[in-house]
Design a protein around this ligand. Structure first.
Ligand code: BT5
Length: 252
């Protein structure tokens, strides 16, 4: 994104705080790293870090996030004052914001695969990584969306928006929609209206009602994903009729 494009995004942005300050880099290790140190240094809520490429983009559990040019790689500083167990819920809310932004901007219905994948036609088009500071002083919401990353540069099972979108995707317009939706959804989260957020998440979920294989530290379980509870945990009905709450894990 050029300085002029970024300026145009900021000029048209109608948010109160999300994206009001943007730190833009050609290349960083990880936008989450930069945002974390800005957050520690007292940067205000909504401060956003954006990069064209990341050399050490990361996913959860130390996994690598491939971040060549052609994606939106950004991190937004939030200061929600939440308990650690509420972080997963905030993660789902950020997913909802991404889904709404892609819908609004590209006319595409992005699915949300628990816990934090954005999927299009069964392929991963984006992901979310939330990291919290000491004593919950800040949360950095890292968002990665493949906009027009060439397929050959992506891992298997991944795709870019431009492969599916009916018309060319404007990265500036998507960024603007994303920042606006993030503030809207985050305000709903802060207002405590979990029921609304959950409804928005359920509507986009590709996980609920499906037979899933859950990978957790104690092993692999199969069952049907029934719901997501108050804390953002996935509730899975097992073949013996019992229910399992999955707080952290993978669903395949
Ligand atoms: C995620 O982790 O999906 C969270 C990704 C968050 C990335 C953003 S970019 C801006 C900010 N700065 C960072 O350093 N990170 C955040 P997880 O659920 O653990 O998924 C990781 C897995 O997704 C990898 O093991 C690959 O299989 C796959 N993957 C890697 N790069 C991908 C890409 N660009 N598109 C789709 N899938 C990818």
């Amino acid at each position: 994104m050029t300085d002029a494009e970024l300026q145009a995004v900021q000029d048209q942005l109608r948010t109160r705080y999300v994206g009001r300050r943007v730190h833009w880099f050609e290349q960083v290790s990880s936008t989450n790293d930069v945002a974390r140190s800005l957050a520690e240094g007292g940067a205000p809520e909504g401060t956003t870090v954006l990069a064209r490429t990341q050399t050490e983009g990361r996913g959860r559990l130390g996994r690598r996030w491939v971040s060549p040019p052609g994606g939106l790689w950004l991190s937004v500083i939030l200061r929600p004052i939440i308990a650690p167990h509420e972080l997963a819920r905030l993660g789902l809310a950020v997913g909802v914001a991404c889904g709404r932004a892609v819908e609004r901007c590209c006319g595409l219905r992005v699915g949300l695969r628990w816990p934090n994948d954005l999927v299009l036609e069964g392929k991963k088009v984006g992901g979310i990584l939330l990291e919290a500071g000491p004593e919950g002083r800040w949360v950095v919401a890292g968002i990665g969306i493949n906009v027009h990353v060439p397929l050959e540069e992506l891992p298997e099972g991944a795709c870019s928006l431009h492969e599916v979108a009916p018309s060319p995707v404007d990265r500036g317009a998507l960024l603007q929609a994303l920042l606006a939706e993030l503030e809207l959804v985050y305000e709903v989260f802060r207002g405590g209206d979990w029921a609304t957020l959950l409804q928005w998440w359920r509507r986009r979920s590709t996980t609920l009602g499906r037979r899933v294989r859950v990978h957790v530290t104690s092993g692999v379980y199969e069952g049907v994903a029934e719901d997501v509870d108050e804390d953002g945990a996935l509730v899975v009905r097992l073949p013996d009729g019992g229910r399992m709450r999955v707080v952290a894990g993978e669903v395949g």
